[in-house]
Ligand binder design. Structure first.
Ligand SMILES: Nc1nc2c(ncn2[C@@H]2O[C@H](COP(=O)(O)OP(=O)(O)OP(=O)(O)O)[C@@H](O)[C@H]2O)c(=O)[nH]1
Ligand SMILES: [Mg+2]
Length: 382
């Protein structure tokens, strides 16, 4: 499966960059990656996205919109054609879906993304998925609300825009605009991923890497490397079935669990894997490794916390060294996911990775009816 990954605004661009960084050469799932921002410095700091796909826009705006979402919507309207033309120059016709990435608390990403979705939906006949990073509580603090001293606030504000008092309000407004336009929104809740007293500016690279790991585990499974022999390869239509927009924009979250395992891959790392060799992996150990990762994925931290019983559709992908991908373990794992979620539909895939020493499970949980975090955002004072 091929995605056109489009980061908009500071967070969107950095996360898109992290996704491209994480993509492995053998399993490419990113067709093109673009970075669009009104902040010239932020696009210049990216490392993986090719320079010709990093685009600063907004003429007179130099350092972003500083959270002014009304301005963001205006800028989106004004520049959507310019950005759309840049996307047309990529390889959208080869893509299976568009993947827009945004920090929903800002103004540039939050203001521009709804316009971009509309344009993509009208020009191309492909699903549009959004990855939205939700704000952290610490961003909302101003010196008045938190009673912290002015200098500390100024310092943290200088530290990559830590103080964003409008972040929750912007999130609600942006998600409302996206609702009904995008096929699906996968949420990543910054608040839940920060350690106590940790600042987003200090944590963001770790968070972006964690998120990229999950996305690579999921979408990379649809891009088999030469010699990989998967029993069930997931493809773009499977993902589209889970992120289905028949009943409106789907809300989704990701679960992930991994475990390092012993591999005696003398041959498999470099060989072609054409000559089957007897597996030296103990069956019980293999079943147990898969089970462990399934449980971690179900009960560890999701990108957006939700009640598992509220999940409507699920994709389960189990990956790792081929010898460790025990069929019974995988079948049992799917059964566990089925019984612990309220999924009306469950699709499974496997992702053999001869070059890895980790067994992993990634879950795409979609059609979440209720999430406490989103509900509290809707209730937040505006
Ligand atoms: N996970 C993650 N979240 C981030 C990162 N940077 C910012 N955020 C979140 O994204 C929100 C929006 O920030 P930005 O993306 O910088 O905002 P923007 O779209 O550039 O908009 P303006 O700067 O207001 O023009 C913030 O409120 C944070 O919650 C990042 O690198 N990773
Ligand atoms: Mg910005």
């Amino acid at each position: 499966m091929q995605l056109e990954v489009i980061g908009v605004g500071g967070a969107g661009c950095r996360i898109a960059d992290a996704i491209l960084e994480r993509e492995s050469e053998q399993r490419r799932f990113v067709g093109d990656a673009f970075a669009f921002d009104t902040d010239a410095e932020s696009t210049a700091a990216l490392e993986a996205i090719p320079e010709q796909h990093c685009h600063w826009f907004g003429d007179t705006i130099d350092e972003g919109l500083n959270g002014n979402l009304d301005r963001g919507f205006e800028v989106g309207e004004e520049y959507v054609d310019e950005l759309g033309r840049i996307l047309d120059e990529g390889r959208p016709s080869l893509a299976d879906a568009f993947f827009l990435v945004v920090g929903s608390g800002g103004a540039t990403g939050g203001g521009v993304v709804p316009h971009l979705i509309s344009r993509l939906q009208s020009v191309y006949d492909k699903p549009v998925y959004v990855l939205a990073a939700l704000p952290a509580k610490s961003e909302l603090r101003t010196d008045e609300t938190a009673g912290i001293d002015r200098q500390a606030t100024a310092d943290s504000a200088a530290g990559v825009g830590e103080a964003r008092p409008m972040a929750e309000e912007n999130t609600v407004r942006t998600l409302k605009r996206i609702d009904g336009l995008a096929d699906a929104v996968i949420c990543f809740d910054n608040e839940a991923w920060l350690h106590t007293d940790e600042k987003l500016a200090d944590a963001r690279d770790r968070l972006n890497r964690g998120l990229a790991t999950r996305l690579e585990a999921l979408f990379g499974a649809s891009a088999a490397a030469e010699g990989d022999v998967a029993e069930t390869v997931i493809d773009a239509s499977d993902v589209a079935r889970i992120l289905d927009a028949t009943d409106g924009t789907t809300t989704a979250t990701l679960g992930y669990g991994a475990q390092t395992v012993e591999t005696d891959d003398g041959g498999s790392r470099f060989g072609l894997g054409l000559i089957p060799t007897e597996s030296s992996v103990d069956t019980t150990e293999a079943v147990s490794a898969v089970e462990t990762t399934v449980n971690k994925a179900l009960h560890g931290k999701l990108t957006l916390e939700c009640d598992l019983e509220d999940v409507n559709r699920t994709m389960v992908v189990v990956g790792g060294p081929p010898d460790w991908l025990n069929r019974k373990g995988i079948a049992d794992g799917r059964q566990t996911v089925q019984s612990e979620t309220g999924s009306a539909q469950l699709l499974g895939g496997d992702a053999p990775r001869p070059d890895s020493d980790e067994v992993y499970t990634v879950l795409l949980l979609a059609g979440i009816e209720a999430s406490d975090r989103l509900a509290s955002l809707w209730r937040s004072p505006r």
